[in-house]
Design a protein around this ligand. Structure first.
Ligand SMILES: *[C@@H]1O[C@H](CO)[C@@H](O)[C@H](O)[C@H]1NC(C)=O
Ligand SMILES: *[C@@H]1O[C@H](CO)[C@@H](O)[C@H](O)[C@H]1NC(C)=O
Ligand SMILES: *[C@@H]1O[C@H](CO)[C@@H](O)[C@H](O)[C@H]1NC(C)=O
Length: 210
């Protein structure tokens, strides 16, 4: 019985190691993993298990997964007073930091992880309406992930945004197409395509913005 159990444990370990993909792209899902470096080292926070696995693939000695509470005891206390400004996007809100260390400390203390601005976004259609600063135009994003990549826009309602759709487009003929829920639509130029999205809220397939 005992040896049967340990075979099971070994098998489970073997399977969990097979699962880690060290080179694949990670999804943007926020399911935070807290991990400690060995020997009482610092706390690292990962957006999800996929990012953890990727880091753990190359880390020697490997990281150990822990609880938020245990990890947070090891957050850095102080950062160097260097001014190398950076920012992060947290649940669609931009935050500024004096330097990278301050950003890491913020994540460690709160468990909020900046969206990955170079990662791939899922293709899910959950449209986000956003305004450019200073009363600028309306931008339509396929989902929160694409929105998060575009900096310094504010989320608004569909109605408010649509009141700022452009009224007219230049009479340029530069034909283009868009794939809307499997339907290919043709437009004379990009402006007309944007206006279509702005007026209908239909987001073209896998696009950054509209
Ligand atoms: C890892 O991900 C890459 C890129 O997505 C893929 O080509 C590769 O087949 C994956 N490997 C495994 C072992 O799943
Ligand atoms: C981290 O990687 C090591 C191999 O270097 C592996 O033994 C360990 O199971 C991994 N940790 C987790 C939590 O997957
Ligand atoms: C963001 O995504 C890119 C592409 O998938 C990846 O190479 C990079 O390591 C990610 N950055 C972070 C901080 O996870």
């Amino acid at each position: 019985m005992k040896s049967f159990l340990s075979v099971c444990v070994l098998l489970a370990l073997a399977l969990s190691q097979v699962k880690a993909n060290c080179s694949g792209d990670c999804p943007d899902t926020e399911e935070v993993v807290w991990a400690l470096s060995p020997g009482g080292g610092g706390c690292s926070v990962f957006r999800n298990k996929c990012y953890f696995d990727k880091a753990n693939c190359t880390r020697k000695p490997p990281l150990t997964i822990t609880t938020k509470e245990e990890c947070q005891k090891k957050c850095a206390d102080i950062c160097p007073a260097i001014y190398q400004p950076t920012f992060g996007i947290y649940k669609g809100q931009t935050r500024n930091f004096g330097n990278e260390c301050e950003k890491i400390v913020y994540t460690c203390r709160t468990g909020e992880i900046s969206a990955n601005c170079s990662g791939n976004c899922p293709d899910t259609e959950q449209v986000v309406w956003a305004l450019s600063p200073g009363g600028g135009g309306c931008s339509v994003f396929r989902n929160k992930c694409y929105f998060a990549k575009a900096n310094s826009l504010t989320i608004t309602t569909k109605e408010k945004c649509q009141s700022l759709c452009p009224e007219i487009c230049p009479l340029l003929y530069r034909p283009t197409t868009g794939n809307y829920r499997g339907q290919i639509r043709e437009f004379s130029n990009d402006c007309e395509k944007n206006v279509h999205s702005c007026r209908t809220g239909e987001s073209k397939c896998a696009s950054e913005s509209l």
